[in-house]
Design a protein around this ligand. Structure first.
Ligand code: GRF
Length: 214
């Protein structure tokens, strides 16, 4: 039984998608804790209502990144995770933290990496005139929004899109690919070969959104 710890900063809709898939599909895994760096983050209430263990490590209560990360690490280690997930966790993590959890630390980013790492991905994709946007689940390495790609989803960009509409379309596919990536990880279906992630049975590591103009 693999133990999953999820870090959030806000709404936590990806965390919800993962917890729901885990429960509904009876994965050989469980969410051991949900930890937020923001007191009162929306996702914490949902997690508590599910009976999940929750905690808050407020970054503003710490003098610097090092003490914040030490407190966060202590809180995480209490749950001895096999897998640590960043799900809308809005703090940059140091190389030391990332290396501690190397190989068992995943993130979701709302762009087709390596394009548009960092913030305001949808605005930047629209400004660049992109015709396709998407989301990426990847293993975390010390470089921000980099690291071996597990799974990507592409969605169309429509001429009349604004940031909010594009974000909604991308979020809908995030809720499909993050649970998929975690499902693969907990069932040992992923292999890291030459710095790239391969699925054991060559399952497609992409998803193309085929709905209409949602
Ligand atoms: C998602 O778009 C995720 O890709 C990004 O932040 C957003 C978090 O949303 N890193 P939620 O908190 O999972 O609802």
């Amino acid at each position: 039984m693999k133990r999953i710890v999820i870090l959030i900063s806000g709404r936590g809709s990806n965390m919800q998608a993962i917890q729901q898939a885990c429960r509904a599909e009876g994965w050989n895994a469980g969410v051991a804790a949900v930890i937020s760096n923001v007191p009162g983050a929306e996702g914490l209430a949902w997690a508590q209502a599910q009976g999940l263990s929750t905690a808050t490590v407020d970054h503003r209560a710490h003098a610097d990144r090092a003490t914040f990360e030490a407190a966060l690490t202590a809180q995480i280690e209490r749950h001895a995770p096999d897998l640590l997930l960043l799900a809308g966790f809005m703090r940059i993590l140091t190389a030391g933290f990332v290396e501690r959890f190397a190989g068992r630390l995943l993130n979701i980013h709302p762009s087709l990496l390596p394009a548009f790492g960092g913030l305001h991905t949808h605005r930047r994709a629209l400004e660049a005139g992109c015709k396709v946007a998407g989301a990426t689940v990847h293993f975390v390495t010390p470089a921000l929004d980099h690291g071996p790609i597990v799974l990507q989803a592409a969605v169309p960009v429509h001429g009349d899109d604004d940031e909010a509409r594009l974000a909604r379309r991308v979020l809908a596919v995030e809720h499909r690919i993050y649970p998929q990536a975690v499902r693969w990880f907990v069932h040992d279906e992923l292999r890291l070969e030459g710095g790239q992630v391969r699925h054991r049975d060559a399952a497609p590591q992409w998803l193309f959104y085929t709905g209409d103009r949602a």
